[in-house]
Design a protein around this ligand. Structure first.
Ligand code: ARG
Length: 459
């Protein structure tokens, strides 16, 4: 049997393989709410413009509501023979209301229909992600406030570099996520134009009102070019690019959590809720959630890559290749949502080992830069000379297996005779971080001010 919806010129149905490669209903059923909303807006506009009767439009709207209720309630029967969500809905509408259903597809095509549905879905998804990011930021800000004074080693090259505060470290992620939200909101702004009414590719000769459908679906305006409207997917790519950057940020924090929670570091303990045991090694607490957040960044980037590669080289306008856009985006955002939620849970629950972090912050000559800065500030040495003097003092300490603060003054003087007792003040970790008051620096007072600023911004 040929296809009920477009089979007029066909005498036989598709082969089973054709049906399998062609049908998208197994995944695009996810778009049913958007598809029905788009169809209702379209029918209402057709009636307002006198293209279909008000009576038919009323029947269409009622039928569509009933179909939505069936799908919501899990009683709708999806059919692969009907290919996709658009034709599944329309076919059921025909069963329900008869001939009037056939008028719904006037002045539109599945090409503008799917472009509209997908934009609506991406828009809803971006709004959800934005809210989730705000929650994660609130969790980070809260923990940063609790740990504005908690010292830890700051790293470069994963070598102890200078002491920082744990609060400052967490607030670094707040900044990243704030930019991520900016990207999400930007993508939303750009995608918020309505392709509906572009029809197959060229527009339509019916006197439609695209401004009306755009407004009723919450779009800012209709898209300006029918060819572009049905054939571009940059709104999805842009959203997925933003998702990829978010995933990379969360993957970096996840990696830090993996390192911090190792026995060797012991900076944080993850809650039982976000750890697993080993089936063979009873002592283990594995940071599986963090590891999976790290892994899923690869998957999310992969989804974006797949869609970029699908789109490259496609001539205008719609090509069936574009049906493959949806699974990539669905997978991308399903996983993104999960990693943001998992990270929020970990941040809420993790217990820093303050003593262990402080001990590590003070080891490895972490205040060497403070010493060099003191030589510049107090003795007036050029920074390069101060760097050299400090290097020699580090060598003395390393050789004796002591910290810089433990070198007796007399021995310091043999390296540079201008050094005085006052130098010991800058060699403590607490004084080191407290002195970093430059704009954006790690000083606890700075962290507290940032926590206050962000708490107000996040509401
Ligand atoms: N299922 C299709 C998709 O997702 C809908 C558009 C089909 N258009 C067409 N001309 N065959 O892209």
């Amino acid at each position: 049997m040929s296809n009920r919806m477009w089979g007029g010129r066909f005498s036989a149905g598709p082969s089973a393989i054709m049906e399998e490669i062609n049908a998208s209903i197994d995944f695009d059923r996810k778009l049913y709410a958007q598809d029905i909303a788009g169809s209702k807006a379209h029918a209402e506009m057709l009636a307002a413009r006198g293209i279909i009767s008000k009576d038919d439009a009323g029947k269409i709207a009622e039928g569509l509501d009933a179909i939505k209720a069936e799908i919501d309630g899990g009683t709708f029967t999806f059919s692969r023979a009907l290919e996709d969500i658009h034709m599944n809905v329309e076919s059921r509408l025909k069963e329900m209301i008869g001939a009037a259903a056939g008028r719904l597809h006037t002045a539109r095509s599945r090409n503008d229909q799917v472009a509209t549905d997908f934009r609506l879905w991406v828009r809803d998804t971006l709004d959800h992600v934005d809210g989730q990011l705000a929650d994660l930021m609130r969790a980070l800000v809260k923990r940063a406030g609790e740990h504005a004074d908690t010292v830890m080693p700051g790293f470069t090259h994963l070598q102890s570099a200078q002491p920082v505060t744990f609060g400052h470290h967490l607030m670094a992620y707040v900044e990243m996520l704030a930019r991520d939200r900016g990207r999400v909101q930007d993508a939303r702004r750009r995608l918020n134009e309505c392709p509906l009414g572009s029809a197959a590719l060229a527009g339509t000769s019916f006197p439609i009102d695209r401004h009306m459908t755009a407004a009723s679906l919450g779009f800012d305006r209709p898209t300006a070019n029918s060819l572009d409207s049905v054939s571009d997917r940059d709104f999805a790519l842009e959203a997925m690019a933003a998702a990829s950057i978010i995933a990379v940020h969360l993957s970096r924090l996840a990696e830090e959590i993996v390192i911090w929670s190792s026995a060797q570091f012991g900076f944080v303990r993850l809650s039982d809720a976000f750890s697993t045991g080993s089936s063979i090694m009873p002592q283990k607490r594995n940071p599986d959630a963090a590891e999976l957040v790290r892994a899923k960044a690869g998957r999310i980037i992969g989804d974006m890559n797949a869609l970029l590669i699908i789109m490259k080289g496609l001539p205008l306008a719609y090509q069936k290749d574009m049906q493959e856009d949806k699974e990539q985006a669905f997978d991308c955002f399903e996983n993104l949502s999960l990693v943001i939620a998992a990270m929020t849970g970990m941040v809420d629950d993790l217990v820093p080992n303050v003593a262990r972090m402080a001990a590590a912050a003070g080891s490895g000559f972490s205040t060497a830069t403070d010493l060099a800065d003191w030589l510049v500030r107090v003795l007036g040495l050029p920074f390069r000379d101060a760097h050299h003097v400090t290097g020699r003092l580090v060598a003395v300490a390393a050789e004796r297996g002591i910290e810089l603060a433990e070198i007796p003054l007399a021995d310091m003087k043999t390296v540079h005779d201008g050094i005085t007792e006052a130098v010991y003040d800058v060699l403590t970790v607490e004084n080191s971080v407290r002195s970093r008051t430059s704009h954006g620096g790690t000083a606890p007072d700075n962290v507290r001010a940032e926590v206050k600023r962000w708490t107000a911004l996040l509401g």
